[in-house]
Design a protein around this ligand. Structure first.
Ligand code: GLV
Length: 309
């Protein structure tokens, strides 16, 4: 029985080494060299070509190579009835925490203005604003959001979070529903998008959202490019309502070289690297999931198709 690896962004050699260190008998195959299709029990995928999972008669699990599964669900020929699982990896979570803290502190201490001042040899002392005046709002509060919220709270930032369904947390004030969203936006000097990408969250960062944020607010998108209405963001920054944005994800990746974001003085662009999957730390859970589905059980971190994540 075999595993089929499909990704242009992850290293098959690293994954094969990492997986076979947990299961030396694993028959690792890399798409499109499937061999006998009926051998394949598990597909380990990142942005699989549409239809590539359609003719695998013994497929028991589609395992995402990332924390999100939206890249899998867009395939119109996705085989029905095969469970899909996301990765929940402490290494990736830690990277996401570091990235969120970096972006929040960078805005809070006005790094972009300081760098600009340096290019002009200007000794520009910017008085720090008190941490408790930089209110952070998070859209999304899953495994990653909780850790980010805790890290920012420890640094002294007041944090609120918005989630699809009502949630309780001992550290962070959580809101849900339409009114909850407005409440979180009203009190977000820095807004971080961490949501799963679904039909409901598509373009959630739009002109109305920005208008609800306080003047001078800053937007960090480290979820998916499809969450953001790009031209609405540029209008909100250029009108002076928003102070800027840090974007790690884009509608089109790599971001086209003529895109306005690249050279915008108030936008920081990073190439979708806030949290990258590390084979050596994530392989064990893939093998665990393979064992679970082989014994007829549901995999860990299964995607709920109704919710889309
Ligand atoms: C990356 O974006 C992921 O889903 O892990």
């Amino acid at each position: 029985m075999a595993l089929l690896f499909i990704s242009n962004d992850d290293s098959p050699v690293e994954w094969q080494d990492a997986l076979t260190s947990f299961d030396p008998d694993l028959d690792f195959r890399t798409w499109p060299d499937l061999g006998t299709a009926s051998d394949i029990e598990i597909a380990l995928v990142w942005k699989q070509p549409p239809g590539s999972l359609a003719d695998l008669p013994r497929l028991k699990l589609i395992q995402s190579l990332g924390a999100g599964a939206d890249h899998i669900l867009t395939d119109p020929q996705l085989p029905g009835g095969v469970p899909i699982a996301r990765l929940v990896d402490s290494n990736l979570t830690q990277q996401m925490v570091e990235f969120a803290v970096l972006a929040v502190l960078s805005r809070h201490r006005r790094m972009k203005q300081l760098q600009l001042a340096q290019t002009q040899s200007l000794w520009n002392v910017i008085q720090p604003i008190p941490t408790h005046h930089s209110r952070v709002g998070m859209l999304g509060f899953g495994e990653i959001g909780r850790e980010i919220g805790n890290a920012l709270t420890r640094l002294g930032f007041p944090v609120t979070a918005w989630t699809r369904t009502a949630r309780e947390d001992s550290n962070i004030v959580c809101q849900s529903g339409e009114n909850g969203l407005v409440a979180v936006l009203h009190s977000s000097d820095i807004l971080i998008c961490l949501l799963p990408f679904t039909e409901e969250t598509k373009n959630i960062l739009n002109a109305d959202t920005f208008a609800t944020l306080p003047k001078g607010a800053y937007v960090i998108n480290m979820a998916r490019g499809g969450h953001l209405a790009e031209s609405d963001l540029l209008s909100a920054i250029d009108s002076g309502h928003l102070s800027g944005a840090w974007l790690d994800v884009f509608n089109e990746e790599p971001l086209p070289s003529d895109h306005l974001f690249w050279k915008h003085p108030k936008v920081i662009v990073t190439p979708h690297l806030a949290g990258l999957t590390v084979a050596s730390s994530a392989a064990e859970q893939v093998i665990k999931n393979l064992r679970l589905v082989r014994s007829g059980k549901a995999p860990n971190n299964a995607v709920n198709l109704k919710h889309g994540y």
